[in-house]
Design a protein around this ligand. Structure first.
Ligand code: T3D
Length: 258
């Protein structure tokens, strides 16, 4: 069985991290396979949203710590430059919404890969741990970038330094998570949300994603100019014409992602 399970349904690419015996901890194979699947998602027109989740009771326990101590295991530099950094960059560059459906514990790089997604939803029993400080490391996989932006400097400092476990409800309250669904309905509700995104005007969602990403490093004037350019781009799409026409005809729009 592959360490990444992949299928496409109703416009959604479902990516499942599949090393349940290791709480879906990342080894080199899983990281490289995930990158290949993300590339596929980016290039296939039929994929209009991506949902990433974990098999079994965890989302991901981060780096497989047995791999780094094994003879011939990847070096620290390889782990970041060849495994996690490309994953985070591919998720952020993807011109489609990426949903992290956090089904259980998300620790270390597993937590930060979830947090770099566009929308993070969690099962009631899920939790997040910046586990790095517990083993003498610093948050990687974008943790020092996304965490303070999501929850503010103070909370980010405390969680990164103390490595405390944050339950799903607290993660929602802090702003790490968009919504928490009860365990019993989590799969259905997180799939529904992903399918809702896949039926929307894909180009407008991509432009929204990129505009929001840029907003943290630009002043207001520059951001207003960017919105002007991006809006003109969105206005050239079939989906924009369809959205306006459907509104005027008092019917539901049928967006085609073009
Ligand atoms: O060199 C580098 O490391 C650079 C890369 C950095 C990126 C990172 O992600 S660093 C952070 C790495 N992750 C961690 O430190 C988390 C380690 N895991 C835990 O703290 C706990 O397992 C959890 C809090 C995630 C879950 O706790 P619990 O009690 O639900 O499960 P458990 O009993 O600890 O784990 C279940 C099994 O999964 C167990 O194996 P066993 O005893 O049943 O054979 C455990 O060893 C294994 N496991 C859990 N996490 C990892 C792991 N095996 C390898 N690597 C793991 N990260």
């Amino acid at each position: 069985m592959s360490s990444i399970i992949f299928h496409i349904e109703n416009g959604v690419a479902h990516i499942t991290l599949n090393r349940p015996d290791k709480l879906n901890a990342f080894n080199r194979e899983m990281a490289i396979l995930l990158q290949a699947r993300l590339d596929q998602c980016a290039s296939l027109h039929e994929v209009r949203a991506v949902r990433i989740t974990g098999m079994g009771k965890a989302f991901s326990a981060g780096q497989d710590l047995s791999e780094i101590t094994a003879p011939g295991g990847p070096t620290m530099s390889q782990i970041l430059s060849e495994h996690y950094n490309p994953i985070v960059k591919k998720i952020r560059a993807m011109a489609k919404p990426v949903v992290a459906a956090v089904n259980g514990v998300a620790a270390g790089a597993g937590a930060n890969i979830a947090l770099c997604c566009d929308i993070v939803v969690a099962a009631g029993s899920a939790s997040f741990i910046q586990a790095f400080s517990r083993i003498g490391l610093i948050p990687d996989s974008g943790g020092t970038y996304f965490l303070p932006r999501l929850i503010g400097w103070q909370k980010a400092s405390a969680l990164a330094m103390l490595g405390d476990k944050v339950g799903a409800d607290e993660a929602e309250r802090l702003g790490m998570v968009y919504k928490v669904f009860p365990d019993e309905t989590f799969v259905a509700e997180s799939m529904q949300l992903s399918e809702r995104l896949s039926a929307m005007a894909t180009r407008s969602l991509a432009l929204t994603k990129h505009a929001l990403s840029r907003s943290f490093s630009q002043d207001l004037d520059t951001q207003l100019d960017l919105e002007d350019r991006f809006q003109q781009d969105a206005a050239l799409t079939y989906d924009y014409r369809e959205g306006v026409e459907a509104f005027l005809q008092k019917r539901a729009p049928v967006f085609l992602g073009k």
